[in-house]
Ligand binder design. Structure first.
Ligand SMILES: O=c1ccn([C@@H]2O[C@H](COP(=O)(O)OP(=O)(O)O[C@H]3O[C@H](CO)[C@@H](O)[C@H](O)[C@H]3O)[C@@H](O)[C@H]2O)c(=O)[nH]1
Ligand SMILES: [Mn+2]
Length: 743
């Protein structure tokens, strides 16, 4: 811990005043309550559709309370790295983790760039160690890392000498188009040398990736011959070792592919993170660990110092378990057509959570305390861990049978950060292979109380909840420039698959023992924090209610009945709709986002909630009832430097294929189109119902407008059109729905 008794704090928390937003949020809530009470007290025709609408609207009101609560007290943190550097005699070690799992969906050149950006961090290199976990067990990834380590010997000194901000070479070379005239000839010369070297390096990798040049599986790569990614022994390779403990050399770089066995669950990313934690515990045992996905490159080379300002602050830092940096993206498509930049969510919800017990852990760009991951409680910092984690025997039961690992964990739990500098990494390989084995975790607490939590395909949220539950806080760190930037899905299908996974995983968390409700009732999750977590964990449930509402509206149109009360009730509903849109539009404009951006986000919100979140919800239900399991479908990452200037004709356009995720959306659209036709042509049964009115008409029109890309898809050709088989399937489903409505 930094010793700064009388000194200035290393970071401050600044609360933001967003009075206008609060007023608007509260007014919306008022209108929602008005709508509900109007339904309760004035309606004398309380039919079944009205009842369903009432239930859904109650849920929307609850969701609004969750959102309002999350946004109510936003805060930012301001960090002072200069004070940190003055205050501490020696900076602590930090272990850096990168996970990758598939050399096709996650091109090795991207992983190599991420690693290069980490190796070039502005931090003493003898305090850093970079561990790469490869669940794909790919010789390509390993080869790319070996080549990256050779290039790093030139790249890292170059970045540090010229104080380059972008330390992922592909980002650097795609942003600096020409060297500026005011720069020295020496720089220009070195710049072109670097550029040549990088081009060479990336060409080599591309050639083997595209199989233009076969990769010889001999020498260092021999271990990869005859390995099946689902069935192979542990592979651990030290690629770089800073043997002389130089603070201006290169950090350690270690490649790990944990053991896999055909019929053994490996818990996806959570499993990989736990192996990384144990292997690094043996080799370097840093008190702090940074983890990033393979596509998240460093954008601010001083980020470690910024994060440590929070974690090492002698006053409030002690309560902070992890520091989360926002997940921001490079090369985003203009106006975010697929709604996956999440700008408003970060600015409003996550900043809001920062004002409470802290942001949730979002899986990447986070600095964790190692001993918190091992299960430490906040009060054990002061009083020692005699009670809960005291005895060695107990530690063995919790952390597994490796004596070496338990010894290292024991030190970490006692904050003993002075790790011997005179050891060889290769001395630990044998022990590391043991802790990376399939059976190591059997009968231990890994994946439960210790480490990254298992059971959900969104491992990040329950892992964060498990930490908050013990009473820890977390903090956001958002320095300028942005800490990390990653690769957001660039196509509709990739976006949909990612969203489906999140909705499914989060629903499992909501109903599981790591839910925020359990944490509030039996743990130390503060009330408002627990409620703010619902913003995330309710995604699947939100879909269930919205789909129900959408179905009720369609039913009204088809069966000629109404859910909106006449007169005042209708006006309340219309004002809600108008004010909600103005409010969200203003929120976007305040952040400097365009009207198109706003509309894209509104429309994607409707589309993803009613389609993939709904499918995610259903798959979570199947998992929870034990019928089928969910799998982690990896998000495709594109290496976009070649068309960074946006020349890609498909960028932002909606493309479809035969994937079942498009059936739901097409069905919803067809049902509403049918409803419109039936209403406009007066084909509604006249004897039934009280007549559908303007309320239903507005809702249905809004939905069809949101679904306009699908409407275009119905008539589009090739990949821009929805395939006929999908249309047939949807038409059958829509027909069944319409048929039952008219009965
Ligand atoms: O079996 C697996 C599957 C995935 N991964 C890694 O997990 C990371 C995240 O996977 P990705 O496909 O990129 O998912 P995203 O939806 O983009 O990731 C978000 O959501 C995940 C939870 O669903 C979090 O773990 C991530 O940190 C967060 O960025 C990647 O580095 C993968 O290589 C593994 O290591 N092993
Ligand atoms: Mn990702």
């Amino acid at each position: 811990m930094a010793n700064q008794e009388h000194d200035l704090p290393l970071y401050e928390k600044v609360w933001l005043k967003r009075t206008f937003q609060r007023v608007m949020d509260a007014f919306m809530l008022f209108l929602l309550f008005l709508l509900l009470s109007n339904r309760l007290f004035s309606s004398n025709t309380f039919t079944f559709p009205c009842f369903l609408a009432f239930i859904c609207e109650s849920w929307f009101t609850f969701t609004w309370i969750v959102i309002l609560n999350s946004k109510w007290s936003p805060a930012i943190t301001v960090t002072h790295p200069d004070r940190l550097l003055k205050g501490v005699s020696e900076l602590p070690r930090v272990d850096l983790f990168v996970t990758t799992a598939d050399p096709v969906l996650e091109p090795p050149i991207i992983t190599a760039n991420t690693v290069l950006s980490l190796l070039a961090l502005d931090y003493p290199t003898n305090k850093l160690a970079c561990y790469v976990s490869d669940d794909g067990s790919s010789p390509l990834t390993f080869y790319a890392l070996v080549e990256a380590s050779k290039f790093a010997k030139f790249w890292v000194p170059f970045c540090k000498k010229y104080k380059i901000q972008q330390r992922a070479p592909f980002r650097y070379f795609s942003s600096v188009v020409t060297t500026k005239s005011e720069q020295s000839p020496e720089f220009k010369q070195e710049w072109s040398r670097m550029k040549d070297m990088y081009d060479n390096f990336s060409r080599k990798i591309q050639e083997v990736t595209r199989k233009q040049i076969p990769l010889q599986l001999d020498g260092e790569l021999a271990v990869f011959s005859n390995t099946d990614r689902r069935n192979h022994p542990t592979i651990i390779k030290v690629i770089l070792e800073n043997k002389d403990d130089l603070s201006d050399g290169l950090p350690h770089l270690i490649y790990i592919s944990r053991e896999k066995k055909q019929h053994q669950t490996h818990n996806y990313k959570a499993g990989a993170m736990n192996v990384l934690t144990r292997v690094s515990g043996l080799m370097t045992n840093a008190p702090f660990m940074l983890n990033v996905d393979c596509d998240m490159v460093v954008n601010n080379p001083k980020i470690v110092l910024h994060a440590l300002c929070i974690l090492m602050d002698s006053k409030s830092g002690k309560e902070v378990a992890f520091v989360q940096c926002f997940q921001q993206f490079y090369d985003g498509i203009k106006d975010d057509p697929f709604g996956n930049q999440w700008v408003t969510a970060f600015e409003y919800i996550i900043r809001g959570m920062t004002g409470l017990q802290g942001p949730h852990y979002s899986g990447t760009n986070a600095f964790h305390r190692r001993n918190v991951i091992y299960g430490l409680y906040p009060d054990e910092i002061e009083i020692g861990r005699k009670g809960k984690l005291g005895e060695k025997i107990l530690l063995m039961q919790k952390l597994g049978s490796s004596k070496e690992f338990v010894k290292s964990a024991d030190q970490a739990l006692d904050w003993k950060t002075n790790f011997p500098n005179d050891t060889n990494l290769s001395d630990f390989i044998e022990a590391a292979i043991q802790v990376a084995g399939c059976e190591y975790e059997c009968g231990t607490c890994w994946g439960q109380e210790v480490g990254w939590v298992y059971g959900s395909i969104t491992e990040d949220v329950p892992t964060g909840l498990n930490i908050h539950r013990r009473g820890w806080r977390s903090e956001s760190c958002t320095p300028d420039p942005i800490a990390f930037t990653g690769c957001a899905p660039r196509g509709l299908l990739t976006t949909m698959i990612q969203q489906k996974r999140w909705a499914s995983g989060l629903t499992v968390v909501f109903f599981g023992k790591h839910s925020s409700l359990v944490g509030m009732l039996f743990g130390k999750i503060q009330f408002r924090t627990g409620v703010s977590y619902f913003w995330l964990t309710n995604w699947g449930l939100r879909a269930a209610f919205l789909v129900c509402y959408v179905a009720v509206i369609a039913y009204c149109m088809i069966a000629n009945t109404s859910i909106f009360p006449q007169g005042l009730g209708l006006w309340i509903a219309i004002s809600l709709f108008v004010i909600y849109n103005i409010h969200t539009l203003l929120e976007h404009l305040t952040l400097g986002l365009s009207i198109t951006y706003w509309w894209n986000s509104q429309r994607m919100c409707v589309m993803r909630t009613t389609t993939v979140w709904f499918i995610g919800f259903l798959s979570a239900m199947l998992k929870l009832s034990g019928i089928s399991d969910t799998v982690f479908e990896i998000t495709e990452k594109e290496h976009t430097t070649s068309d960074a200037d946006g020349n890609n004709a498909d960028a932002g356009r909606f493309t479809f294929d035969e994937s079942p995720v498009f059936v739901v959306g097409t069905t919803i659209l067809l049902v509403h189109l049918a409803g419109m036709v039936i209403k406009l042509l007066g084909l509604q049964p006249s004897d039934s119902g009280n007549g559908s009115g303007i309320g239903e008409f507005i809702c249905s029109t809004y939905l069809i407008v949101c679904y306009f890309p699908y409407l275009k898809g119905l008539f589009g050709r090739g990949k821009y059109g929805i395939p006929l088989t999908t249309i047939y399937k949807s038409a059958i489903l829509a027909f069944i729905f319409v048929h039952f409505c008219r009965k």
